[in-house]
Design a protein around this ligand. Structure first.
Ligand code: HPA
Length: 270
């Protein structure tokens, strides 16, 4: 695997000049950040050696190299989800490549269902911790010692320093943010009422279908992580209504400007 990772890293190093230290996974709600990127180069995933191949026609993404607030970034427009049938190793392959390219920070976003009764649909939550409920782990199997330890520490999965900076930025811009624990689950079903209750009881504030694999792999390699989640629907008893992917997208799009503002400013401080 290491050879493939290094081959892809070398390929990408060769086609861009900015040498970013910041990697971004533009999940739901962060699509608007693309407009903040002073783009130097884009490359579709299918043109990148060893990148996972999309099974869904026209559903694949691209890598974007450029600058946000003067800081070189490498952004993934479109991520690989476990529920699409990719293995954990495939889902996290781009993060491995980022590290070998010299990237130190991983910024991720996602959409989630709210479990905390204090959270409203449309709120943005800074992810301070997560619970892996995928029933799988990207580090299963032989450990690659060159990348990180067999038993990685997870005592600070999301950087306290970056959370503090994001809070400052939000405060100065009159943006109100929540903070809490993200439960990552395989999907693709949204939760039953009993499952929402279970995830709340075990300590979750939100639940979604991504982010946890990428952050596990990033922490394995000692990358500094920052994550935000948009609450697109409620899993709180009494507030649960029928949801759809379209509704999730609509709510996320409405919260996007606030999310973009905080993240673009935060990146400027890195
Ligand atoms: N559950 C899981 N994933 C999600 C949800 C949810 O309620 N909303 C958006 N992504």
């Amino acid at each position: 695997m290491l050879e493939k990772i290094n081959e892809t890293a070398r390929f990408l190093m060769g086609i861009q000049k900015t040498n970013p230290q910041i990697g971004i996974i533009l999940g739901t709600g962060l699509g608007g950040l693309v407009k903040e990127i002073d783009i130097e180069k884009t490359i579709p995933y299918e043109d990148i050696p060893n990148f996972p191949v999309s099974t869904v026609e026209g559903h694949n993404g691209q890598l974007i190299f450029g600058k946000i607030n003067g800081k070189p970034v490498m952004a993934m427009q479109g991520r690989f989800h476990y529920y699409e049938g990719y293995t954990m190793k495939e889902v996290t392959f781009p993060v491995r490549v980022m590290k070998q390219m010299g990237i130190k920070y991983l910024v991720v976003s996602n959409a989630s269902g709210g479990l905390n009764p204090d959270f409203k649909v449309g709120d943005i939550m800074l992810i301070e911790d997560h619970i892996n409920m995928f029933g799988d782990n990207p580090l299963m199997g032989k450990n690659i010692a060159e990348l990180g330890p067999r038993f990685p520490d997870m005592s600070q999965p999301y950087s306290h320093e970056l959370i503090a900076r994001a809070k400052d930025i939000a405060y100065k811009n009159n943006i109100f943010l929540k903070q809490g624990v993200y439960v990552g689950t395989a999907g693709p079903t949204f939760e039953t009422p009993a499952e929402y209750k279970f995830f709340r009881i075990i300590g979750g504030d939100t639940v979604g279908m991504s982010t946890v694999p990428e952050v596990i792999v990033a922490r394995h390699m000692d990358m500094t992580c920052f994550g935000v989640s948009i609450i697109t629907d409620s899993g709180v008893p009494g507030q649960i209504v029928e949801i759809s992917h379209e509704e999730v997208q609509k709510v996320a799009a409405a919260a996007e400007p606030k999310m973009t503002k905080v993240i673009a400013e935060l990146i400027g401080t890195l």
